[in-house]
Design a binder for this molecule. Structure first.
Ligand SMILES: [Zn+2]
Ligand SMILES: [Zn+2]
Length: 648
């Protein structure tokens, strides 16, 4: 005997049969149960009864729980594959607990129980046709996505429900649009026009507000809602008649094109950015193939051909097992080619998950299909992502490709990353403004700051192969800040002897004038850097600045030379050497110009340190010729330096 507490009764429906269960229970969806309290013994058993194996002490008619009609214990059911012309035998009869298999309602409430050409009373679960009918009733709009009942969870149910109410609302708006409005005969604005006006704007508004609602939902729900809506509105048409407004929303065909593009963009984003399972993505793709797409949407029709993240080729590229982006399958070749929108989104997601190495592998291999300029700019960021990964040496070898195309802000970003081994905690793309105002910076795991010699070499190499960086005063200023205030050293460096200063000039110019304009390595002789590395690097960069000044104006110059405020002897060295080659003095002209603009507010550097006589206290008339040319000439005669090769 099986006994149950009534609170724990389970209705076993035969469609959910588990093959490993007791077959005796599975023959029917009906479970005969008895209430526990009825089992209590109410009288002592006789000795004879105690000797028997089984004794019936109480009996009661079993309760019949809700069941499908074909499982009814009271009325026999006759099965047939699919008969809908009328009830077979006594199939139309039902008890109080009989349910319609198709509608999932009490048989007494089924509106199609015995209706000709419907006849739900004959339905049962072993007929494929009746099962499909039941599924379509249960799945509603989800059936078009090829979902089965087992796929349906609360998210899909929500999407189905919202789509259902949207469809009704849309139907009302569209009918109204098709009926049109009569333009009154005495229309003073357009007296020559008569007839029906069809304005799609309210329908457009209805779809837009539903798509807005969809985009606020979780990934699965949003995708089903958006594509489901697309199926509905894409079948709309523009009736012949008057379209008064020139606005694209007023014309059905133009509005549909705009709405479809919006849906495709948002579903594509969901496919890449949310964690939709791949079989779900495939269902969306098959559904989208059946959409009625006007030719005017162009490439949009292909925008959902997105590889799921677990795609074999994509995974093997990300893991570094495939470095070609090509996978051969028998006679077919699978090539990792993606539109730029997908490339940008994958980059965004991989960055948010700190998977920089995988991102670099992907960018090195993927082929773009629609925007080579933007893709090239994305590909140029590989070295930056290697920095984020903490692999500075690989980044330095990779950076040469992109360096000639650096923007000043990107150069300064690299400088800060290399110098501090920290990185901004933001998503970076070619459209990012690289000065990253307000971005939070944090340490790069496993990275150590680049040695200053390497950092200076990197900066000087970029300076001479990238015109934009070379022309930018802020880039020079950032580099000068680094060499004027070396980490772990006092900010003011003592002035070295004249011999060192003289050698520094000769050596610096030799180093800097080799391979100008090219991404060639910069060789700093050991003898130069060994004794006073901080001094050597500072003078090397200052010499580079001198070459830059000789090549043309650099503005704002005051901002640049302000970096020498702790080491005025370097500025003196710069001015002395400049005066040898530049009688017109770009530097002084620039400074005078800037002072003319900013007036007395400027007190950039302690000018009193700049040796020789100053005829006036006004900086406006300060002139480079006040530097002592005699002392300079003794250590560096004119002509000892090759004609300036000006970096471009
Ligand atoms: Zn029944
Ligand atoms: Zn029914």
């Amino acid at each position: 005997m099986i006994s149950f507490n009534m609170d724990e009764v389970i209705i076993i429906l035969s469609e959910d049969e588990d093959p490993c269960c007791d077959t005796a229970l599975n023959d029917s969806s009906v479970l005969f149960v008895e209430v526990k309290e009825n089992v209590v013994q109410d009288r002592p058993l006789s000795a004879q009864a105690l000797e028997e194996d089984l004794v019936v002490t109480f009996s009661k008619r079993a309760e019949v729980l809700p069941h499908a009609r074909y499982d009814c214990p009271l009325y026999p059911f006759t099965r047939a594959e699919y008969v809908k012309s009328g009830p077979i035998d006594s199939n139309h009869q039902f008890c109080e607990q009989c349910f319609c298999y198709v509608c999932d309602k009490l048989a007494s409430l089924c509106p199609l129980w015995c209706v000709n050409k419907e006849c739900h009373c004959n339905s049962h679960q072993r007929s494929g046709t009746w099962s499909r009918l039941r599924n379509s009733a249960d799945l509603g709009h989800l059936l078009a996505f090829d979902f089965s009942l087992s796929d349906v969870d609360s998210k899909l149910q929500l999407a189905e429900r919202l789509l259902g109410s949207f469809r009704k609302e849309l139907q009302v708006e569209f009918s109204c649009f098709v009926r049109g409005k009569m333009l009154s005969d005495n229309n003073s604005l357009r007296p020559h026009m008569n007839g029906l006006v069809h304005d799609y704007t309210p329908v457009y508004g209805c779809v837009t507000s539903f798509l807005n609602k969809a985009e606020r939902q979780e990934g699965k729900v949003a995708a089903i809602m958006s594509l489901g809506a697309a199926k509905d509105f894409s079948s709309h048409y523009q009736p012949s008649g008057i379209v008064l407004s020139k606005c694209p929303k007023a014309n059905a065909m133009e509005a549909i094109r705009i709405l479809l593009q919006r849906v495709m963009v948002s579903v594509q984003r969901l496919m890449v950015m949310s964690d939709l399972p791949s079989d779900f993505i495939h269902k969306l793709q098959r559904f989208a193939l059946c959409l009625n797409m006007p030719v005017t949407v162009g490439n949009t029709r292909n925008s959902l051909c997105v590889r799921p993240w677990d795609d074999v080729l994509l995974v093997s590229v990300l893991k570094g097992q495939n470095v070609t982006g090509i996978r051969k399958q028998r006679s077919k070749k699978d090539i990792l080619a993606e539109p730029i929108s997908v490339v940008l989104m994958r980059s965004e997601l991989l960055q948010s998950q700190c998977r920089y190495r995988e991102l670099c592998r992907y960018l090195c291999v993927v082929i773009q299909t629609d925007n080579s300029t933007l893709f090239k700019a994305m590909r140029d960021l590989v070295a930056l992502f290697m920095c984020m990964e903490g692999d500075f040496s690989l980044a330095l070898s990779e950076v040469s490709i992109a360096a000639p195309r650096f923007s000043p802000a990107l150069f300064r970003l690299y400088l800060r990353i290399f110098e501090t081994a920290t990185a901004p905690r933001v998503h970076i793309s070619p459209q990012t403004p690289f000065d990253l105002p307000g971005a939070e910076w944090g340490p790069i795991q496993g990275a150590v700051p680049l040695r200053r010699g390497e950092l200076v070499k990197f900066a000087l190499r970029v300076q001479r192969c990238c015109a934009a960086v070379n022309a930018d005063a802020q880039c020079w200023s950032d580099l000068l800040t680094i060499v004027n205030n070396p980490r772990d050293s006092p900010s003011a460096l003592p002035e070295p002897g004249p011999e060192f200063l003289n050698d520094a000039k000769t050596l610096s110019l030799e180093i800097l004038t080799q391979g100008v304009g090219l991404w060639t390595s910069i060789q700093i002789p050991k003898s130069f850097i060994e004794v006073n590395p901080d001094h050597a690097l500072l003078l090397l960069v200052t010499a580079a600045l001198m070459l830059r000044i000789l090549s043309g104006p650099l503005s704002p110059m005051l901002h640049v030379i302000q970096n020498f405020k702790d080491n005025p002897w370097v500025l003196q060295w710069l001015l002395q050497n400049l005066s040898l080659y530049d009688q017109d003095s770009n530097l002084i002209q620039s400074i005078q110009q800037e002072l003319g603009i900013i007036g007395d507010q400027a007190s950039p550097i302690p000018l009193e340190h700049h040796s020789p006589p100053r005829p006036s206290t006004s900086p406006v008339v300060w002139d480079h010729t006040y530097c002592s040319p005699v002392s300079v000439q003794t250590v560096c005669p004119k002509g000892a330096v090759p004609a300036m090769i000006v970096p471009t």
